[in-house]
Design a protein around this ligand. Structure first.
Ligand code: NAD
Length: 320
């Protein structure tokens, strides 16, 4: 007898705004999941998105897509939260904190109440803080609460370096770590192009202080502001980043991606969620990858962690 059983890969998206629907579109395009449920406080919106996505089915891989309620989370493999207010022009990600922490308490409680046993992936900003809020409210092990962290910033960094050096971005290895926001930092000491350290490849002695490289990093760090000024929000890049992470999880890829995770001693930091490279598979975070940072990078990472800790403490206090 032919064994027709396939492992169901069920994803629930909470928040079907610009980010949630761009992610749903990327999932459908790449056939990453075989069941997708859309939840939004605006049920009509989720319903409309599900219908629109379903009409593309003949051009994609088969997948069940529908709008639904929290009961759908009970047997989901992955719940992805993209709900909440987004960044307004001139507003920092940290400004959003108290607004979205309260929304999150309600959402995560509703997911856990139906017996959810899978992995949370958080994209709402400020993502590092809201990932920590999700960990606290859910009571799940830290491996199963992942923030999208600096996955998008890292992609932006690799893209801008690839443009500058006219090299395929897939051959540029580079990381942005720390807060997904203003205090993030580039790990210049580990940038490689085709396996060659950047300083050698580009024949630059002092990469960290090179004006062209500094400009590239500034454009990475400020990318969201530049896009929001022009079109009001960013969503395609993060939609693809979330799809990439979903693939790493549901397909048990053991991929190294920069995500927000709880540090417990790594990089000399404790009890803080921030973006670092980590190995991701079907159990969530398998392991944090600890890069050997130089003194400047260490100091910048600790500064970023300090900012996040203060904001996280305030957010967690506000929820009590
Ligand atoms: P949006 O306003 O288009 O969509 C938000 C959606 O959330 C809306 O459909 C709204 O109805 C829904 N929502 C609000 N409260 C809800 C609740 N309690 N339950 C269910 N649904 C609820 O916003 P957007 O542009 O999609 O952005 C969403 C979030 O993603 C923002 O916080 C934004 O800053 C963040 N974002 C993160 C990254 C990243 O790299 N992590 C990148 C871009 C945007």
């Amino acid at each position: 007898m032919v064994d027709t059983l396939t492992k169901s890969r069920k994803v629930v998206i909470i928040g079907t705004g610009l980010v949630g629907s761009s992610y749903a579109y990327a999932l459908l395009n790449q056939g990453v999941a075989n069941e997708l449920v859309l939840i939004d406080v605006n049920r009509e919106k989720a319903e409309g998105e599900a219908r629109d996505l379903n009409h593309g089915m003949p051009f994609a891989s088969p997948m069940k897509i529908r709008a639904g309620g929290y009961e759908e989370c009970s047997n989901a493999d992955l719940v992805v939260i993209t709900a909440g207010a987004n960044q307004k022009p001139g507003e920092t990600r940290l400004d959003l904190v108290s607004k979205n922490a309260k929304i999150f308490k309600g959402i995560v409680t509703s997911v856990m109440e139906v017996g959810f046993k899978g992995i949370f992936l958080v994209a709402t900003n400020p993502v590092d803080i809201l990932s920590h809020v999700t960990l606290e409210v859910s009571g799940l092990p830290k491996e199963r609460v992942i923030g999208s962290g600096t996955i998008l910033d890292t992609a932006r960094f690799r893209y801008l370096l690839s443009e500058h050096f006219e090299i395929d971005s897939r051959n540029v290895h580079a990381y942005i770590i720390g807060e997904h926001g203003d205090s993030e930092l580039p790990v210049w000491s580990h940038v490689q192009i085709g396996g060659i350290p950047l300083s050698k490849y580009a024949k630059i002695d002092d990469v960290e202080n090179n004006p062209e490289m500094t400009k590239i990093f500034e454009n990475v760090r400020d990318a969201a502001y530049h896009i929001i000024e022009r079109k009001g929000a960013t969503y395609y890049g993060i939609g693809l980043g979330l799809m990439r992470l979903t693939k790493a999880i549901l397909h048990n890829e053991n991929s190294i991606v920069t995500v927000s995770t709880l540090l417990e001693g790594q990089y000399g930091l404790d009890n803080v969620y921030l973006g670092v490279p980590a190995i991701v598979n079907e159990y969530g975070i398998r392991q944090v990858v600890e890069l050997e940072l130089n003194e400047t990078e260490k100091q910048k990472l600790h500064n970023s962690a300090g900012i996040l800790k203060e904001m996280t403490d305030a957010a967690l206090k506000a929820l009590k």
